[in-house]
Design a protein around this ligand. Structure first.
Ligand code: SAM
Ligand code: SF4
Ligand code: SF4
Length: 433
């Protein structure tokens, strides 16, 4: 368990240039007057994240490009401190100046919203957006070689357009595409816009088509119940999204434009304000998300519960008013859920290399979190012994297995080495050649 979040999503503004009908953040029929913090206060929030050794920062909004100077300064500050930095944006306010400043600060990735490639539907959904302008801005981003994932939030309005949108984006050079069934805005739920169960299955089929026919790397940004996935999904050699779990309050937090801390962008429950309380004490108050307190009763006997935890808890709350009620797509407990495993094969002449750059943080007594991937994808919490071993490997590799094991004597020491070593290979801290 983590003493502090792994990732913070910071809303640097509540201003937005669009009025998307599906937005889970705002009631876009009645946008509030902005109450943004000053630039200095936003930078203070970022400094607090750095001081807390939070690994990853998502700069979001509202629309972060509506506040370009703040965005650029926040990105520079976080990148200089070694954080992984990504930006969520609808792209329409992008300029060559912003692109070059963000290139300079070396930010890691963009999550770009695009609800349809059909101009009339794009306009109907975003109300103030222009698809041609969107494509110009996307071209600028792709030409600048930024890593980008394009996200299509799906409601009844754009449900038939998933494949055509994917095809058009692919033609432009997009490689990563996520199709996300709209989550409910808890305070202004639009139940009529939601996809039915049947339509959500069709969405999964479309996603499979995007991967298999277009060769796109696909994703969906909401955790769906594992029991909802159809049989064909499980039979794929590498099932898509199999391990996606809701990380709200477990790994991630959301910080509003006034410093209020919530578990995720669409969960309205505020657990504290960063200008009045420390991140650690606010995180403590979110323990219910980490100690299974939000897992629905029906899920407790399920073989997939550890990986699923009942799926998106905020969606459940939007429909039922409670965080521990089942998701509306839940079918019921499954008997079998295969854990992520990779076979590890090596011999004494295999060469072991360290992968990436180690980042770490002290967690609870004698425990550390460690990651060597830029985005933190292989984060794990380890004890002191394992921590020292990983630090030593970063300094000492490459070595052969023979060299690595030359000072290990006795059956039990060798067995314990193999166990630890297999774990670091599976987590991709090292590779074998
Ligand atoms: C709230 S927006 C803020 C950043 C920026 N304005 C944008 O739209 O990209 C952050 C992300 O949430 C997604 N989003 C908005 N409403 C959603 C909903 N109802 N369900 C799922 N995702 C949603 C957007 O597509 C975007 O990727
Ligand atoms: S652009 Fe983003 S923040 Fe603005 S209304 Fe659309 S989803 Fe919401
Ligand atoms: S029963 Fe609950 S924990 Fe199991 S797969 Fe379904 S939603 Fe997830």
């Amino acid at each position: 368990m983590l003493r502090l979040p792994f990732q913070a999503q910071v809303e640097i503004t509540d201003v937005c240039n669009l009025r998307c009908k599906h937005c889970y953040h705002f009631d876009t029929d009645n946008m509030p007057a902005s109450n943004d913090l000053s630039d200095d206060a936003v930078l203070q929030v970022i400094r607090k994240m750095i001081d807390n050794r939070i690994y990853s920062l998502v700069i979001t909004g509202g629309e972060p490009l509506a506040r370009p100077k703040t965005l650029i300064r926040a990105a520079e500050l976080a990148k200089t401190a070694g954080m992984y930095v990504s930006v969520n944006t609808n792209l329409l306010l992008l300029t060559p100046q912003i692109i070059s400043a963000l290139k300079e600060s070396d930010i890691d990735s963009f999550l770009v919203s695009c609800p349809a490639s059909e101009p009339d539907i794009y306009r109907e959904i975003t109300r103030l957006g222009d698809y041609d302008k969107f494509t110009q801005k996307l071209r600028m981003l792709l030409d600048a070689n930024f890593s980008c994932l394009v996200n299509m939030v799906v409601t009844q309005t754009n449900f038939p357009l998933i494949r055509s949108t994917a095809r058009d984006l692919k033609k432009m050079g997009v490689k990563r595409f996520s199709v996300t069934p709209a989550c409910l805005n808890v305070e202004h739920p639009d139940l009529d816009g939601l996809l039915s169960k049947k339509q959500t299955i069709v969405l999964l089929e479309d996603l499979r088509w995007c991967a298999d026919v277009l060769g796109l790397e696909v994703d969906t940004l909401v955790a769906l119940p594992k029991c909802f996935f159809p049989v064909w999904w499980w039979e794929r050699s590498s099932p898509l999204l199999k391990y996606r779990t809701c990380q709200a309050g477990r790994m991630t937090v959301n910080i509003s434009n006034i410093g209020d801390v919530r578990p995720c962008p669409h969960n309205p429950i505020v657990y504290g304000n960063l200008f009045k309380e420390s991140m650690e004490s606010i995180w403590d108050k979110m323990a219910v998300y980490r100690n299974n307190g939000t897992v629905p009763g029906i899920c407790k006997s399920c073989a997939a519960v550890e990986s699923c935890r009942g799926a998106c808890r905020t969606n459940a709350m939007a429909v039922t008013g409670r965080l521990d009620e089942p998701d509306r797509l839940t079918i019921g407990p499954v008997n079998f859920f295969e854990k992520k495993r990779r076979n590890v094969i090596f011999n004494e002449n295999s060469i072991v290399n360290f992968r990436g750059k180690l980042r770490w943080r002290n967690e609870f007594d004698g425990y550390y979190s460690v990651t060597s991937k830029r985005g933190g994808g292989n984060l794990m919490v380890v004890n002191e012994e394992m921590f020292r071993f990983i630090c030593w490997m970063e300094k000492s590799l490459p070595l052969t297995i023979k060299e690595l094991t030359k000072n290990i004597a006795g059956d039990s020491a060798i067995k314990s080495f193999i166990r630890i070593f297999e774990a670091v290979i599976r987590k991709e801290f090292v590779s074998i050649s």
